[in-house]
Design a binder for this molecule. Structure first.
Ligand SMILES: Cc1cc2nc3c(=O)[nH]c(=O)nc-3n(C[C@H](O)[C@H](O)[C@H](O)COP(=O)(O)OP(=O)(O)OC[C@H]3O[C@@H](n4cnc5c(N)ncnc54)[C@H](O)[C@@H]3O)c2cc1C
Ligand SMILES: *[C@@H]1O[C@H](CO)[C@@H](O)[C@H](O)[C@H]1NC(C)=O
Ligand SMILES: *[C@@H]1O[C@H](CO)[C@@H](O)[C@H](O)[C@H]1NC(C)=O
Ligand SMILES: *[C@@H]1O[C@H](CO)[C@@H](O)[C@H](O)[C@H]1NC(C)=O
Ligand SMILES: *[C@@H]1O[C@H](CO)[C@@H](O)[C@H](O)[C@H]1NC(C)=O
Ligand SMILES: *[C@@H]1O[C@H](CO)[C@@H](O)[C@H](O)[C@H]1NC(C)=O
Ligand SMILES: *[C@@H]1O[C@H](CO)[C@@H](O)[C@H](O)[C@H]1NC(C)=O
Ligand SMILES: *[C@@H]1O[C@H](CO)[C@@H](O)[C@H](O)[C@H]1NC(C)=O
Ligand SMILES: *[C@@H]1O[C@H](CO)[C@@H](O)[C@H](O)[C@H]1NC(C)=O
Ligand SMILES: *[C@@H]1O[C@H](CO)[C@@H](O)[C@H](O)[C@H]1NC(C)=O
Length: 609
């Protein structure tokens, strides 16, 4: 693995001479749901793999078991400076509209200010967007919900690329391959029982002794047309409906389903960090080399390559914690060291929907005019890099009952089909035991501790007009992100969201006066009739699509072909949530786990010598 060549590499303006640089077959950048499992799978097939992760490994940290392991503590995990990356994004090009967002964030003298009335002299930062930088990526802080996307997600990719290995039936096989289900009977068709991804679900027993939560659930069911006299046993059956079941009508199904999560047999969070740890423990000779606190900066292109598109030779990165400026612990006075490694076969970028397009652009792959503006040498003019950014619109209704606390709300989702549904259920909604109106530093906010929330997501937003663009050529500077929400299909999407809000209002009206919960006050954020409010207050956290797969022969905006290869260059793929041409249902993490395994197969089949 040592390549005794002198390399003069220009890194961050410093000339660094490495007497001997290491070489790996594969380098994977980013250890989240896209990159983490892929790195393990490639190493298990016998290749040497360097997995670079900008964040640190928290599994041994005492805070892991306290905060990260318990998926119901996701809010503290998301806020934790040990894993947080602060991105401040825009929802639109309209500065006035941005200022309507209730949780606009500013930098004030004494820290962040969140709200509509900033103190004198505060600097407007933007809308805080939650992201995690740690071994395991977003899977270490997320709400851990696993929902297979609608079959149309996969069939669409098969359709546009003509590659039928993307068809939904094929992707189901990949799901079965990676899953190790703890919540359905071993052998159940459509599920897997020996894969790496531990999945589990509560058994609904909470309904037995939580009268208030049962009252809310009965009202939900009532609104779905189910008689209010269901026995507790029947309620439990509803909670045990499997959202990921092999059922040809799955995408059409509405009603109540138990929440499935990436948790182990004991209900503890299970992420790619655990998979990496387990693989290294099972096989101490596994050729997987994990370097945390290591931030990729740019690709070194092979100067001797001829007769084809530019080929990756190696990468430059910096070593030292909190090097990226989105890290709240970033300190400009802290020195980092630069490193270079050679790559024998391929480089796989998996930095997530904001970082992967940034990484490509910094390395010369992107829209020619944008790169020129930053004096970045153009390697391949690929205008789709950083375009097509999509996200799932989310909203909520915060409620306060007569009781001071609601305690448990249960763990389930309700799938709805609204009047604007084009195909199947288009809203997923779920209760939360605290007041929640989206993301901002310190969310969900103390003042809402007495409340509970019905949150919802629109599964198939029509607009994917967002962009990730460079602020500067400094690889440690976070890019500028503008989602351009509701640019297309706004009427339909807002109508769907309004019906979700109205579902909650009608559900609330079904709660009996004798329940002890009434009156139930709606605390907001939007009155039930206001689409304008929903438009301004929609929030999101499921970004995808910024390096989209497409038909590279016919679509100039396609970034990747159906084998994840970046167009115009050689030895480079992207494998993470940025590959989806359209948002893959309401919950992207399971689709990302699935494409990670698909990429491992494709790469291993490509017969590198
Ligand atoms: C608060 C929150 C809750 C969520 N809940 C759910 C949920 O319940 N269900 C669901 O399906 N989805 C959920 N998601 C979304 C889910 O977490 C993401 O879709 C998923 O993590 C995307 O995986 P990824 O591999 O694309 O990127 P990421 O998970 O973002 O991983 C990318 C990794 O790459 C690293 N990296 C980036 N740039 C560099 C660089 N230059 N050098 C080295 N390393 C780098 C980062 O540190 C990070 O660890 C949630 C997200 C958030 C923020
Ligand atoms: C893709 O979908 C279009 C209609 O949306 C259809 O006409 C076409 O035949 C499909 N192509 C493939 C390869 O399935
Ligand atoms: C399920 O059964 C398979 C095959 O019999 C076995 O390998 C696997 O360990 C079982 N998994 C669980 C979670 O019990
Ligand atoms: C359901 O799960 C709880 C713990 O969450 C457990 O105590 C109980 O025994 C389980 N019930 C059944 C029927 O499996
Ligand atoms: C519930 O009520 C319906 C009529 O509204 C009745 O047909 C049904 O038998 C009742 N079920 C139970 C379990 O009481
Ligand atoms: C990574 O950085 C963290 C501090 O952010 C530190 O605690 C940890 O020891 C570092 N890990 C390695 C392997 O250097
Ligand atoms: C960083 O490096 C510079 C120059 O090499 C040195 O002057 C400075 O003291 C270093 N800073 C720290 C915090 O070590
Ligand atoms: C790009 O290079 C030109 C010419 O050297 C210089 O004038 C300009 O300031 C540079 N732009 C940036 C963004 O560095
Ligand atoms: C609707 O989805 C089903 C699969 O759930 C698919 O067979 C059908 O073609 C879709 N119809 C349209 C109009 O997209
Ligand atoms: C609760 O009481 C109010 C007024 O007393 C009445 O209008 C409402 O219909 C009652 N709700 C239910 C669900 O019975």
């Amino acid at each position: 693995m040592l390549r005794p060549i002198f390399c003069a590499c220009l890194i961050l303006g410093l000339e660094v001479f490495n007497a001997a640089s290491q070489e790996y077959d594969y380098v994977v950048v980013g250890s989240g749901p896209g990159g983490g499992p892929l790195a393990v799978d490639l190493a298990k097939a016998g290749s040497s793999v360097l997995l670079l992760e900008a964040g640190s490994d928290l599994l041994d940290d005492p805070i892991y078991s306290g905060t990260y392991q318990d998926i119901t503590s996701a809010a503290s995990a998301v806020n934790n400076p040990n894993s947080r990356w602060d991105f401040f994004v825009k929802h639109s090009d309209d500065p006035e509209r941005e200022l309507q967002y209730k949780h606009m964030t500013w930098r004030a003298k004494d820290g962040f200010y969140v709200g509509l009335d900033p103190p004198e002299g505060a600097e407007q930062l933007g809308i805080w967007y939650p992201r995690a930088s740690t071994l395991g990526g977003g899977a270490v802080i997320d709400d851990a919900v696993l929902e297979l996307p609608p079959d149309t997600t996969w069939d669409y990719i098969a359709n546009i690329t003509g590659d039928n290995s993307w068809a939904a039936a094929e992707m189901r096989k990949i799901y079965e391959e990676i899953e190790n289900s703890h919540y359905v009977k071993n052998g159940t068709e459509g599920h897997g029982f020996s894969g790496w991804l531990e999945t589990n679900r509560g058994n609904g027993s909470w309904i037995d002794n939580d009268l208030d939560a049962a009252t809310v659930l009965r009202a939900m069911l009532g609104q779905l047309g189910v008689p209010g006299n269901m026995s507790v046993g029947e309620l439990r059956n509803q909670l045990n409906r499997d959202i990921n079941a092999l059922d040809p009508d799955r995408d059409q199904a509405t009603g109540v389903f138990g929440l499935v999560s990436h948790t182990d047999s004991e209900g503890r969070r299970f992420s790619p960090a655990n998979y990496i740890r387990r693989a290294l423990a099972d096989d101490p000779d596994l050729p997987l080399f994990v370097e945390v606190n290591s931030t990729f900066t740019d690709i070194a292109w092979d100067p001797l390559w001829s007769g084809g598109p530019p080929a990756v030779m190696g990468i430059n990165y910096v070593v030292g914690p909190s090097a990226y400026k989105a890290d709240p612990r970033y300190d400009p006075d802290r020195n980092v060291t630069s490193k270079f490694v050679y790559i024998g076969k391929e480089l796989i970028i998996a930095g997530g929907a904001f970082n992967s397009p940034q990484i490509l652009k910094l390395s010369g792959i992107g829209p020619a005019d944008e790169l020129k503006k930053h004096n970045i040498t153009l390697v391949a003019d690929v205008p789709g890099v950083g375009a097509n950014l999509g996200d799932i619109y989310e909203g909520s209704v915060v409620l306060r009952t007569k009781k001071s606390s609601v305690g448990n709300t249960g763990s389930y989702s309700v799938q709805l089909k609204t009047s604007v549904s084009e195909n199947g259920s288009d809203i997923s909604l779920w209760p939360l035991p605290y007041g929640f109106e989206g993301y901002f530093p310190g969310f969900p906010g103390d003042h809402e501790a007495i409340a509970f929330t019905i949150a919802f997501a629109l599964k198939n937003p029509h607009s994917s007009q967002g962009t990730v663009t460079l602020r500067s050529a400094d690889p440690l500077d976070p890019p500028e992100v503008n989602f351009r929400f509701f640019e297309e299909g706004a009427n339909q999407d807002l109508q769907g969201m309004l019906e979700a809000v109205n579902f909650v209002g009608n559900m609330k009206a079904r709660i009996a006066n004798s329940s002890g919960l009434v009156p139930i006050e709606e605390l907001g954020p939007c009155p039930s009739s206001s689409q304008a409010c929903l438009k301004n207050q929609a929030y999101s956290r499921h970004a995808t699509g910024s390096c989209a797969i497409g038909n590279t022969a016919s679509d100039p905006m396609a970034v990747l072909d159906s084998k994840f290869r970046v167009r115009g260059v050689d030895r480079l793929r992207v494998v993470d949530a940025s590959v989806f041409p359209k948002p893959p249902g309401a919950f992207p993490i399971l689709p990302t786990f699935m494409i990670s395994r698909k990429a491992a197969k494709v790469i291993l089949e490509s017969n590198w010598k």
